[in-house]
Ligand binder design. Structure first.
Ligand code: ZN
Length: 410
């Protein structure tokens, strides 16, 4: 037997105790066996961890890299939305394309191979950002699968003409429809419109939802009700949901059971949540990071993601999902090996499930997409911020990152 490429002595995420050889043929995984008896160009991974690419479920490429253009003092969500609304007036297709390309290249270099980006559409920006990102999607398809989720960041019902732009965006090829119900006076009304659009275009849904710390009103209950009513189970994700960081554990578990039952998945965005939440207090600042790992135990599909990069919502960002998993583990006080492994799952396998990716995983028949990390386990990757060493997409090398070297004493 002969293969185009063989990676020997790999530890595959999720079954890290055994060393296996991975054979690739015609861009697909063709064999995964202990001591694979086959010919072909071979590379010894020395027991390092291989996984089927890191995943970013929630990022905003169109408004990344805006720091020099926005003036912010309070650091609140409202201020960030207003500052970006002003900056958006200057967006052109070329400008969005250039900033999104810079950000997506960073993500690719960090081992990310699947990404869902939100894209703002409204009567003022129109389809400018969408057009730029459709081209970015084509341009980088050799390295990353990019999906576009259009959403009305400045409101839908209270912004006349916005729904028409959303429809035009979905007709033009947006993959997912999103919402931000807290931007409209009638949040349930927006949720209903987004479900109607999802049904009309047969697309998944991804809401920005329940931001803040007042858990007396939770839009997630209406999202679950609509998911049940429309049969959209398994096709709905909600992001932030920081209000769940402010409920006692018994209530959290009740709500987790509701989310799991309705097939509504959850993304936590620790960097943004930490930066924006609790701006009204000057000490004992609440963390506002919802305990995704506890909800995972309740059966909810959960992910961690970057959200914003170098803009007023989050003035940080290296596009490393492993750094986000580590940040989350710190904040959520996750320290056990199994807990840290789950944190890596929330930027890889569990994220792929949230995005309904059908071809994810190192398994015979799947597209030969893999990233090799300089570590031996998922827990070690999170604990030590293990670096990606190289990435392969459809059997072709897409990224190489040489390991740092000590040169020793003279
Ligand atoms: Zn977001």
């Amino acid at each position: 037997m002969s293969f185009d490429q063989i990676f020997r002595n790999a530890r595959i995420a999720g079954r890290e105790t055994e060393l296996v050889d991975i054979g690739i043929s015609k861009g697909r995984f063709a064999a995964i066996e202990v001591k694979l008896d086959a010919d072909g160009p071979s590379e010894d991974l020395g027991g390092r961890l291989a996984l089927s690419g890191l995943c970013e479920t929630h990022i905003h490429l169109d408004k990344s890299c805006l720091l020099g253009r926005c003036k912010c003092e309070k650091g609140t969500l409202d201020e960030a939305i207003a500052a970006v609304a002003v900056a958006k007036k200057g967006f052109t297709v070329e400008d969005v394309h250039a900033r999104a390309s810079r950000t997506i290249e960073k993500a690719i270099l960090q081992g990310t191979q699947r990404m869902r980006t939100h894209v703002e559409v409204d009567p003022r920006i129109g389809l400018t950002s969408l057009e730029a990102l459709l081209d970015v999607k084509r341009k980088y398809a050799w390295a990353i699968d990019l999906r576009l989720c259009v959403f009305p960041q400045e409101g839908l019902l209270d912004d006349p003409g916005c729904e028409e732009v959303m429809v035009a965006a979905l007709e033009k090829g947006a993959d997912v429809v999103g919402g931000a119900p807290y931007m409209d006076k009638d949040s349930h009304g927006q949720i209903a419109r987004i479900f109607a659009l999802a049904q009309r275009f047969d697309v998944d849904i991804d809401f920005h939802l329940d931001f803040g710390l007042d858990a007396s009103h939770l839009d997630l209950l209406e999202v679950c009700r609509q998911a049940d009513a429309t049969g959209w189970e398994g096709r709905v994700a909600i992001g932030h949901v920081t209000k769940l960081s402010a409920v006692p554990e018994s209530r959290l578990m009740e709500l987790g059971a509701r989310l799991a039952g309705a097939g509504v998945a959850l993304t936590v965005l620790p960097s943004t949540d930490l930066f924006l939440i609790g701006r009204d207090v000057d000490h004992n600042v609440p963390r506002g990071v919802t305990p995704a790992h506890k909800l995972m135990h309740a059966g909810v599909t959960t992910s961690l993601s970057t959200n914003n990069v170098l803009n007023p919502f989050t003035p940080f960002g290296d596009c490393s999902t492993i750094r986000i998993a580590n940040l989350y583990a710190n904040i959520a006080q996750v320290g056990s090996p199994s807990g840290m492994a789950a944190c890596l799952d929330m930027v890889s396998a569990s994220s792929a499930k949230l995005m309904n990716l059908r071809d994810y995983g190192i398994a015979v028949g799947n597209s030969a997409d893999l990233v090799v990390l300089d570590c031996e386990s998922r827990a070690q990757a999170v604990a030590e911020l293990a670096q990606p060493m190289f990435a392969v997409k459809a059997g072709r090398r897409t990224v190489t990152r040489p390991a740092p070297m000590l040169h020793g004493p003279a």
